[in-house]
Design a protein around this ligand. Sequence first.
Ligand code: ATP
Ligand code: LTN
Length: 350
Amino acid sequence: METKGKTKISATLKNTKKRVFSGIQPSGDVQLGNYLGAIKGWVERQAEKENFFCIVDLHAITVPQDPKDLRHQTRSLAAILFAAGLDPNKCTVFIQSQVTAHAEACWILNCTTPVGWLERMTQYKDKLARQESIATGLLDYPVLMAADILLYDAHEVPVGDDQRQHVELTRDIAQRFNHLYGETFVVPEAVIPEIGARVMGLNDPTVKMSKSYAHIKDHAVNLLDEPKEIERSIKRAVTDSGNEIRFSDDPEKAGVNNLLGIYKVITDRSKEEIEADFSTARGYGDLKTRVAEVVIDELRPIRERYHALMSDVAELDRLLARGAEQARAVSEPKLEEIKRRVGLVLPGEL
Ligand code: ATP
Ligand code: LTN
C-alpha cells in the first residue's frame, strides 16, 4: 500500500516537470560553442526537467561523413555528454537512428510542410551557397528536427542562437498539423542563453564557431584539447588594434567581445565586475591569459572523465541502449497517435 502511494507521488512529481528535448550532431570534435551554448545549460538544469538528449546521426549524414569516423564520433559524443555531467538517471541520452519513429514521423511531417518554408531557412541557404551539389536531406533537415522534438511533446528546446529559426519552424509545423488534424502536438519554445549562445571562431570572430570548421587551425577550442593547445588557440585569437577590454556590439571589437563572453559564461560574473577587473589588465595579452586559464580549468575534469568513459565502451553502449529503449517508450505511442490522425492503418488494427 505504502509503496503504491509513493509510486503515485513520484509519478505526479515527474509529470509536473517540463519536458526538454535537444540534439547534437556527431559531425566532428565537440567545440567550446557547443558546450557554452548548449551542453552546459543542459547539465545545469537537468534536475528540474524531464530530459531527452539525442545524438542526431541522421542529421549528421545530410553532409558527407566518413563512415568509420561517424561511428567513432557517435560514441565519442556520448562519452563527452556524460563526461560534461549529464546524469543517465536524470536524462535519456540516445542515438537518433536507433529510434526509428524519428524517420517515420519526419516523412509524415514532410507531407504537411510546404517546401517554401524549408527554402527560406538561412542555414540551408548558407550551405547551398557553399556547395556545388547538395542532398535532399539537407533541405529536409529541419523537418527531421521538428519530428525529433514533437515526438516527445517537449515544452523546451535548449539550443544555441543558430537554431532559433529551426525551432520557430518546428512551432509552425506543429501548429499547421494541429490545425489540419486536431490537437496533436505541444508547441515548443526555444531556450537560448543570454550570453554564450553564439561563440565565434577564434581565427575569425565574424563566423560562428563550428564543429565542421574545427580542423581549421586556431578556429575552435575543442572540448578534448590539452591545456597547451587551448592556450595556443586562445593566445592566437584575432582581436583588434586597440587595447580597450569591454563588452561591445561594435563589429571592430567582435574578437574581444567573444573572449569576454566566453569568460563570462564560465565564471558566471556580471559584465560590470568583469570589465572592472580587466580595467587594470595590460592589453589583450592579459585578457587572453586569463580566458585560457578559466577555459582550461573548466575543461580539465571533462577531458579526464571522457578518457575514463571511453576505456569502457561496453558500459557506454549499455547506457545508450537503455536510452534508446526509454526514448522508444515515449516516441512509439506518439507516432501511433500521429499515424491514426492522418488515417494510416496501424498493424495492430489488421
Ligand atoms: P556543425 O558544424 O556540424 O553544424 P555545430 O558545431 O554547429 O556542428 P551542432 O551539433 O549543429 O554543432 O549543434 C549542437 C548545439 O550547439 C546546438 O544547440 C547549437 O545551437 C549549439 N552551437 C553550435 N555552435 C555554437 C556556437 N558557436 N555558439 C553557441 N552555441 C553553438
Ligand atoms: N539542428 C540541431 C541539432 C538538432 C536538434 C534537434 C536540436 C537535431 N534535432 C532537436 C534541438 C532539438 C543543430 O544543432 N544543428
